[in-house]
Design a protein around this ligand. Structure first.
Ligand code: AKB
Length: 327
């Protein structure tokens, strides 16, 4: 029986991952941890938790005999640029705490499997942008991307040196409707649906041709669960796996939304006003080659642009506030 801790459980990914893990393992076996005082999404077992507080974290993992940790707490690309040192400390020290605890647990004969997400932000302007290979030039420019690349190397280090069973994917921008995104460069692709469903024009902070790799939340959750469930021998890559979903730019997304939107909301349209997030997006890939993940643990995306737009239009709640939070 697994005992699971999700750190960053109130965030965009965490909130949906907790639900999926509870369905798989039973709600009583999933502890949702986050820095906030309460669970925002009604997790059965909620624990207020700061990933930088190693002592409390160690105690929780030991006393609950946790066997798997999903460590999602991080400052993302856009918010990271507003507070680079805070982003570096949270993103690196948080990961190091988890890896150290996993190492110590292993040495005490108690294995702790770790999931930690990297991102397309780990790539940079000299990375091949189309069908970006698994192994290639990585020269990230944002503090978030730099922390993701360093984190990938740390994961590989703790596996090679200590045998820690740490697993990771490079998430593309994640599109979802249940909880708000957390201050990323790809957030436009969620905010646009809120404008569309109000029948309003959307002012996009990226230019029309800014193609980025994205993934719909059900695929992102499935990738995470499939990677964590795969036999250890299949996980050949211990830094982070490319996973691809669907690539599109703001013009293409707005066109598909317009095509599927009811006539009563036809006032929707898109205007472009790029801000500092444009430079970040321009340094990222447009599409990813995820054949190594397919080969090693059978990864394959299922949801394309048309299906994703239809599902978002059917499920986005327009009065839900778009606020920034830590994922
Ligand atoms: C961001 O935009 O910062 C994130 C990411 C791609 O990791 N969504």
């Amino acid at each position: 029986m697994e005992k699971i801790l999700v750190i960053g459980a109130n965030g965009q990914i965490g909130s949906e991952l907790v639900e999926a893990l509870a369905a798989q393992h039973g709600a009583q076996n999933v502890i949702a941890g986050d820095i906030g005082a309460v669970s925002l999404y009604g997790a059965a077992r909620y624990q207020r938790l700061d990933v930088l507080d190693k002592k409390t974290l160690t105690h929780l993992i030991e006393s609950e005999a946790v066997t798997q940790v999903y460590h999602l707490a991080a400052l993302l690309s856009a918010t990271g640029e507003q507070a680079p040192l805070k982003a570096w400390t949270l993103n690196m020290d948080g990961l190091l705490n988890i890896l150290e605890i996993a190492k110590d647990r292993l040495q005490a004969g108690k294995a702790l499997r770790v999931f930690w997400p990297s991102s397309i932000a780990a790539f940079g302007p000299n990375t091949p942008r189309v069908s970006t290979p698994q192994t290639t030039v990585m020269d990230p420019t944002s503090i978030y991307g730099i922390s993701k690349l360093a984190g990938e190397r740390l994961c590989n280090y703790y596996f090679s040196k200590y045998g820690v069973d740490v697993r990771s994917v490079r998430y593309p921008g994640i599109i979802s409707f249940k909880s708000p995104p957390g201050g990323g460069t790809t957030d436009y692709a969620i905010a646009i649906f809120h404008s569309a469903l109000r029948g309003e024009r959307y002012e996009c902070f990226l230019g029309p041709e800014t193609t980025l790799p994205m993934i719909y939340m059900p695929d992102a959750i499935r990738a995470t669960l499939e990677l964590m469930a795969a036999p250890a021998a299949k996980i050949v890559n211990r830094s982070s796996y490319n996973i691809a979903g669907v690539s599109f730019n703001p013009r293409e997304l707005a066109k598909e939304i317009t095509r599927q939107l009811p006539a009563s909301l036809a006032a929707f349209g898109i205007d472009y006003n790029s801000d500092s997030r444009q430079a970040i997006a321009d340094s990222w890939p447009q599409s990813l080659d995820d054949s190594v993940a397919s080969r090693d643990w059978g990864w394959k995306a299922r949801v394309g642009l048309v299906e994703m737009v239809g599902d978002m239009l059917a499920n986005v709640t327009v009065d839900s506030e778009q606020h920034e939070c830590v994922v």
